[in-house]
Design a protein around this ligand. Structure first.
Ligand code: PHE
Ligand code: NA
Length: 460
């Protein structure tokens, strides 16, 4: 076997890492998905369960991933391989790295298309298409957009090109710098919208909805959705955090930085709720509209609110920034892998990844394109008409993420030498033991239950 060189690049500072990891975590999951699943699952009680999932299961797995990356010092597949070997564990444990890396890449193939929706909405907003529009017009704008191959091709290509450009420029001058500029910009825009929403919308109703738990509204399925989303929102089980861990300096505390990232991601998710729900309630719209909450429900309010054109434009710019920094984080591990495996330079590796990504993104684009492309619209699971996007989304979110999280928990809890994990985590023994209990027992059990529920083996 050829000897791979360990990654020698390091984050500029602890803050720079927290910023980048938060930028990776904060994305469509926080602003598009979290509000609508909260809306569908009754608000406050769901939020409470979600918080428990983030801190009891998400954070321990996040700690595990950073640890694998830092100890392994390579892209996720090789890092897990190194660590399994070093621990004298069976070499099949390396699947933890390869599988999560693959999942991240596949997520990116549809993530960039949803980001492209938001991108195209910037121009629709700015050109005043929503101004004065009613339900039917907005519905039409939405279906025309998702059905337009040329439009989505344009915006997806632009997004992927920008991602390749940033990652190709290298770690320090590309990724680290881009995040330092874009993440604060995104936060400022979100804060502006939240403040404006509190002025023009029904802030009290939103706070009530989000923070007054009504457990009669919560179903067991809602609990499981909260758990699954905890993985997605923290970018776990997708190679991202293992990769970012490989750039962590030895002396940075993994436990406390993980807490910071989780707190920041949660803060943004709640802030997104506080930006969206006052508008939803203030304009007498319904919170439980599902995935169309941002693309179909919210524009109804933009249509009539004061300065609606401006607010809508700022909103979708903010959404694209959030999605873009996540896309950068998702492509980084495949780029690092190509550099390690084939000795490519960053540009070659970024272009190669980008090309593969672009090709695979066509599957999602054509999934929405309707009748002419029926070859990609399968009858799946019996009655329902499901397109290939639904299949990819379902398999990655509901199968690959829980399985990857399970693999990370078991790998770090049972397979890696305890001496290594203690060495990496340091700190107070009580905290270490708490973490170890979570990855050995709590997280695997919770994940197995959610997973069996999602594939329909057990039904509550
Ligand atoms: N965490 C991102 C979000 O909330 C999504 C994501 C998942 C990013 C997996 C990278 C990897 O939008
Ligand atoms: Na997130």
């Amino acid at each position: 076997m050829t000897t791979r060189t360990a990654i020698s690049t390091r984050w500029h500072s602890r803050f720079s890492f927290i910023l980048a990891a938060t930028a990776a975590a904060v994305g469509l999951g926080n602003i598009w998905k979290f509000p609508y699943i909260m809306g569908e699952n009754g608000g406050g009680a769901f939020v409470l369960v979600y918080l428990v999932c983030i801190f009891a299961i998400g954070v321990p797995v996040l700690i595990g991933e950073l640890l694998i990356g830092r100890r392994g010092r390579n892209s996720p597949g090789f890092a897990a391989q190194n660590l399994a070997k070093e621990s004298g564990a069976h070499k099949s444990w390396q699947v933890t790295g390869w599988m999560t890396m693959g999942t991240g890449f596949v997520i990116l193939t549809f993530y960039s298309v949803i980001a492209a929706w938001a991108f195209s909405y910037i121009f629709k907003s700015a050109s005043g298409q929503f101004a004065g529009a009613g339900t039917i017009e907005i519905e039409e704008i939405y279906t025309n957009m998702t059905g337009s191959v040329s439009e989505l091709l344009l915006f997806t290509s632009l997004l992927i090109a920008a991602t390749v450009f940033v990652v190709g420029k290298g770690f320090k001058h590309g990724l680290e710098r881009a995040v330092r500029l874009l993440m604060p910009a995104m936060l400022i825009l979100l804060a502006i919208i939240a403040i404006y929403a509190a002025q023009i919308g029904d802030f009290g109703a939103a706070v009530n909805f989000m923070f007054r738990p009504d457990f009669s509204e919560l179903t067991i399925n809602g609990v499981l959705i909260a758990l699954g989303h905890a993985f997605f929102t923290l970018s776990l089980a997708s190679g991202v955090m293992i990769m970012y861990g490989a750039y962590l300096p030895k002396e940075t505390s993994i436990v406390s930085t993980s807490m910071w990232v989780a707190v920041a991601d949660t803060f943004v998710a709640l802030l997104a709720g506080l930006a969206i729900f006052p508008i939803v309630f203030g304009y007498a719209l319904t919170p439980g509209e599902g995935p169309g909450l941002i693309f179909q429900t919210l524009p109804l309010a933009f249509a009539t609110m004061p300065a609606g054109i401006l607010v809508a434009t700022v909103f979708f710019v903010m959404l694209v920034l959030a999605a873009f920094t996540s896309a950068i984080s998702m492509i980084e591990s495949s780029v690092a892998f190509l550099v390690e495996k084939f000795a490519l330079n960053r540009w070659q590796a970024a272009l190669t990844s980008g090309l593969v990504l672009w090709t695979l993104s066509l599957l999602t684009i054509y999934s929405f394109a309707g009748a002419e492309w029926t070859v990609l619209n399968w009858h799946f699971f019996g009655t329902e008409m499901v397109n290939i996007f639904n299949v990819i989304d379902h398999i990655t979110s509901n199968v690959m993420l829980p399985l990857g999280g399970l693999a990370v928990a078991l790998f770090t809890g049972w397979a890696i030498k305890g001496q290594f994990t203690r060495d990496e985590l340091g700190g107070h023994p009580a905290i270490y033991n708490l973490w170890r209990f979570c990855v050995r027992y709590l997280a695997p059990l919770a994940i197995i239950i959610i997973f069996m529920q999602l594939i329909g083996v057990i039904r509550f």
